[in-house]
Design a protein around this ligand. Structure first.
Ligand code: SD4
Length: 330
């Protein structure tokens, strides 16, 4: 059943957040007044977004740009071996190879991305190099690793013992009943998408992932595709996605969220409309998770998922908190 978040619902939702009732979290005014440009705000996906937000906030406190903040922020998840869907420690593809996707976008509308890169721990920084050192947007596969090495990145084995064992176990259980894209378990969707707004009100975004576990070798998801996994327009806002990348790519999800905001939708309304496109495209009942986070230029926030279980981390007014995401399908 689709839960309707009507305009009235949005008002009630924001009132709940304001009163701290929702998720048992004491939230201050999450939605700032229209016209008031937010300062030093960071939103990111999932629980590991908390540590990533801390790193991003530290950069912002030092007066640096939203771009520096999102890069530093998501690098924390990339470097954490316990985060099994991002960077080092990410679960491998069907061949046991860890292949990573990442994209970054600055407030000037420039973007860089890498797809299916191997043996490089911080693909987000390679994506930034693509943006700043070339006139290309995206480099993939062996070319991306080669590009990274030429720019001084160290080649290293990213397959942890935990990830290797998980792959072996998956292989041992292989049968013709296996689904290449099985429904998510709670801990399967951990891509980090992050949108930050700095002291000047400028917005930047980053998204980095090892993608779907045990995917077909060479599969690239939404995360490195500018406009799908992440998008920023500094006049309007930014958005990032997590979950089933194929569904996000097909609606150019993050771009759609930003364009909805351009037409006057709040971040929550903008996300709801995008998610409803996915619901419609899957006969009213997509059997997977997708969630978006968004920040508007005015410093408003939104985070919404198709299904229960999504969490996001929000750094605002000096406080960094984890929230349970609202969702549309029950
Ligand atoms: C992908 N969107 O590769 C990513 C997966 C993901 O949390 O978000 N996991 O499709």
């Amino acid at each position: 059943m689709t839960r309707m978040i009507s305009r009235r619902g949005f008002i009630a939702w924001s009132a709940l957040l304001g009163s701290g009732v929702l998720s048992g979290v004491k939230a201050d005014r999450v939605f700032s007044a229209k016209g008031a440009v937010g300062r030093n705000n960071v939103i990111s996906t999932w629980r590991h977004g908390l540590a990533a937000n801390e790193a991003a906030a530290e950069i912002l406190r030092n007066g640096k740009s939203a771009l520096d903040a999102v890069e530093a922020g998501v690098r924390v998840s990339e470097g954490d071996p316990d985060v099994t869907s991002v960077g080092y420690g990410g679960l491998p593809d069907e061949q046991g190879r860890v292949t990573l996707d990442a994209s970054i976008m600055n407030s000037k509308g420039n973007a860089g991305a890498v797809g299916c890169i191997e043996n490089i721990k911080h693909p987000i920084s390679v994506a930034r190099k693509v943006m700043e050192e070339t006139d290309h947007v995206m480099i993939v596969g062996a070319g991306a690793t080669e590009f990274a090495k030429l720019h001084g990145f160290k080649e290293e084995d990213l397959l942890t013992e935990k990830a290797r064992k998980a792959h072996l176990e998956w292989k041992a259980k292989l049968s013709d009943k296996d689904d290449w894209l099985p429904p998510p378990k709670e801990d399967d969707h951990d891509t980090i998408g992050m949108i930050a707004q700095d002291d000047r009100g400028d917005i930047a975004g980053a998204c980095t992932t090892s993608g779907l576990r045990f995917k077909i070798h060479g599969r690239v998801g939404d995360s490195p595709i500018v406009g799908a996994g992440m998008y920023v327009d500094n006049e309007v806002g930014g958005a990032a996605a997590t979950g089933r990348g194929e569904a996000v790519i097909k609606i150019a999800g993050s771009h759609l969220v930003v364009e909805n905001m351009r037409r006057g939708a709040s971040p929550m309304e903008a996300i709801e409309e995008a998610l409803k496109r996915i619901i419609k495209a899957h006969n009213g009942n997509p059997e997977f998770q997708v969630a978006f986070i968004a920040i508007s230029k005015q410093g408003e926030f939104g985070a919404l998922a198709l299904r229960k279980g999504f969490q996001y981390a929000l750094f605002r007014n000096g406080a960094n908190k984890l929230y349970d995401g609202e969702y549309l399908l029950s």
